[in-house]
Design a protein around this ligand. Structure first.
Ligand code: GAR
Length: 292
């Protein structure tokens, strides 16, 4: 139960304890304040006393928990929490889209997407939630990022991914509605694409349709761009279809390639672009899907 709460609220164990304390102390304070105010009304205990007391407690509760949240350092959590309650009550609450990130490497893009999720949640404007990190490499850095953020992981096996069901059953069971490929180096099997039509996006470290396709990933892309003497490179965010690096393009951004660039320096420029744009593009895309 505590693990689920940590995931849902995007908090670590210490913050979870402080939040639960705030709920408990804020709730008691609110009950006490409610009883004191009721004493002033002179109403005898009975139906009307309970009725008015409940209304009072509902009105006082936000103030009490906010007050208590300050010394516990949880003010921003409770502001966002109250905003969410308000949005839910006024029927304006966004549906939160449950996302899986597929990654094979260090996971810096996954990290940025998770940070975007926290940022929006803090503002009470959560659009998506990363519920699962999927990797094909047991030692991928992205798995440590998942562990640090209390996000469930799924390690996938090549044979089953390509010749089996593409793990569709596991993803559906986890409630996944949208898939982000963030440095995922296997081709996505048709079974998965059909199970998530227009719901899988990829980031590619070049300006597609150039420098895409089988074997074109990471530094290999940058080396090819430098070898070809290109003056410009960039990033492409696109839907995934049944061909490598081919689906409809959602977003591109460019950077210059200088004569002194090496695959490593170009990779740094590309990462900067990716980190700046990928989380925002994902959030905007999911906002649009939400409003349909
Ligand atoms: C990113 O640059 C991404 O564009 C690239 O792998 C890197 C992963 O970095 N993806 C591809 O090459 C896919 N063809 P990260 O693990 O630090 O996010």
């Amino acid at each position: 139960m505590f693990k689920k709460l940590k995931q849902r609220w995007h908090v670590n164990a210490l913050n979870l304890v402080l939040i639960l304390f705030t709920f408990a102390i804020g709730g008691s304070l609110c009950g006490m304040a409610g009883r004191k105010l009721m004493a002033f009304t002179g109403i005898d205990q009975g139906f009307w006393w309970v009725f008015i007391y409940i209304i009072l407690v509902c009105l006082l509760w936000p103030f009490c928990v906010l007050m208590i949240s300050i010394p516990f350092g949880q003010y921003s959590f409770f502001i966002a929490y109250l905003k969410k309650i308000q949005a839910r009550m006024s029927g304006k609450r966004n549906k939160i889209i449950r996302v899986a990130i597929f990654a094979s490497g260090a996971g810096s893009n996954a990290q940025k997407i998770i940070e975007q999720m926290y940022l929006s949640a803090k503002k009470g404007e959560e659009v998506f939630r990363v519920d699962l990190i999927v990797s094909n490499k047991p030692d991928a850095g992205v798995l440590s990022i998942a562990a640090k953020n209390n996000i469930d992981t799924l390690l996938i096996d090549k044979e089953r991914f390509f010749r089996g069901d593409g793990y569709v059953a596991e993803l559906k069971k986890a409630g996944i509605q949208f898939i982000i490929l963030a440095g995922f180096l296997w081709k996505v099997p048709v079974s998965l694409i059909r199970a998530f039509p227009n719901k899988i996006v990829n980031i590619h470290p070049a300006l597609l349709p150039k420098y895409g396709g089988k074997g074109m990933y990471g530094d290999k892309v940058h080396a090819a761009i430098i070898a070809a003497g290109e003056k410009e490179s960039g990033i492409t965010i696109h839907y995934v279809d049944e061909l490598y690096d081919h689906g409809n393009i959602i977003f591109q951004a460019t950077c210059s390639v200088s004569e002194n660039d090496t695959p490593e320096t170009l990779a740094q420029k590309i990462h900067l672009l990716e980190h700046k744009h990928f989380p925002e593009v994902i959030e905007d895309l999911l906002k649009m899907q939400n409003s349909r």
